[in-house]
Design a protein around this ligand. Structure first.
Ligand code: TYD
Length: 201
């Protein structure tokens, strides 16, 4: 079976990590070779970058943030994603370029810059399918103990959410939006599996 690159997107608290785990469990049950990974932080270098990026003590300019995330991604594509796809594995990746489009775009980085840099960082590697788990940004975002992204305002997260929905409208062939509230994780998992039917046959 050929490899398949699946990405999971959504604002913080959308339940995407749970869906990554449920899909991984199902692939394991079916004996399908797969790799579970995430951005930022899918490589040893990436884990260092992740710590820098999430630390609320660090003041990072939006453009610098976008470039650090792209460095994480370049390393991740080279060391983890491409090799796994070349072996025919399924790659389940918690966040990818769409997160940069949405989060760094909402922080004011021009979209042409995000597109250019990420084209270079990924060598043009695009997911076969992307899930956007859609949830309203909660009224009460965490304050104490929150990371540098979680500390941003509700308006920021609303803009990020809108950006994900816009990407989905622009690329309906690739991006599947799943409305999360009112649905159990198992129900959402069922929708994910149906959307992936063509790769799972
Ligand atoms: P993530 O590990 O998904 O955090 P959580 O599990 O709390 O949802 O991502 C960490 C943060 O990094 C998240 O707030 C979004 C941000 N991020 C970007 O802003 N741009 C990106 O390209 C990526 C990959 C992540």
């Amino acid at each position: 079976m050929a490899g398949c690159f699946v990405t999971f997107e959504g604002i913080d608290g959308s339940g995407k990590s749970t869906q990554v785990a449920l899909l991984a469990r199902e692939l394991a049950r079916r004996g399908i070779h797969h790799v579970v990974t995430r951005e930022p932080g899918g490589t040893p270098l990436g884990r260092e970058l992740r710590a820098l990026l999430l630390d609320p003590e660090n003041a990072i300019a939006p453009l610098a943030e976008m470039l650090l995330l792209a460095a994480d991604r370049a390393q991740h594509v080279e060391q983890v994603i491409r090799p796994a796809l070349d072996e025919g594995a399924f790659v389940l990746c918690d966040r990818y370029v769409d997160s940069s489009r949405a989060y760094q775009g909402a922080a004011g980085v021009p979209s042409e810059a995000i597109e250019q840099v990420n084209r270079v960082a990924t060598g043009g590697l695009e997911p076969d399918i992307t899930f956007v788990f859609d949830i309203d940004p909660g009224g009460a975002l965490p304050t104490g103990g929150a990371d540098r992204f979680e500390k941003r305002s509700r308006d920021y997260h609303a803009a990020v959410r809108e950006a994900f929905l816009r990407i989905a409208r622009e690329e309906p062939e690739r991006v599947v939006v799943i409305r999360v509230d009112g649905r159990s994780p198992e129900e959402i998992h069922g929708i994910v599996l149906r959307a992936m039917a063509r790769w799972l046959e």
